[in-house]
Design a protein around this ligand. Sequence first.
Ligand code: TIU
Length: 221
Amino acid sequence: MLTVKATPYDFTFDPTNTALVIIDMQRDFLEPGGFGELLGNDVSQLRTAIAPLQTVLNTVRAKQMMVIHTREGHRPDLADLPEAKRTRGNLSCGIGDAGPMGRILIRGEAGHEIIDELKPIAGEPIIDKPGKGSFHATDLESILKNHNIKQLIVTGVTTEVCVHTTVREANDRGYECLVLSDCVASYFPEFQAVGLKMIAAQGGIFGWVAPSSALLEALSI
Ligand code: TIU
């Protein structure tokens, strides 16, 4: 067992039963012209997570730990897109419409791809999810069960939306989640701060929070 110095207290984990989950590090959220910018956001805010996440990913791969990537997006025929999600925001260009990186948030389009800096490699499952949570309408839970994964190290974007929804879903399903504070990012600095606080408050009501340096220290032993 390894121990990470975390908030609200140490996170103890077995690397063989723990997966790194990288949520929605897609061009649609991190690059101009994608869904994130169409929602009115400054997408440059999310780029802080890239470099620390690259270091964590390389380390976790070297330790042979499981890595899982997720992507938010929809079928080209939009059959899995709820009307409530399609119309949300009254966007003139929204999900399924043509944007500079192809159709917005549609599987197979350039904008839907994971950014080059964090490209999945062979053997790393990619979960295509239609919602904010990574468990809703996906096979994530059966993949975790089949690999005997009990704990998750959660990273990606955005902190208060897809990261939070996933951590809450995982927590209710019995998974312990460690969220790496510098490997998640929000378009809103205040949501980043309070989003992390909400996870670890009340004795770790949804999980643990630590900087990636604390995980790297634990893995270096
Ligand atoms: N808008 C926003 O903050 N996030 C999303 O729409 N999706 C994810 O967080 N991945």
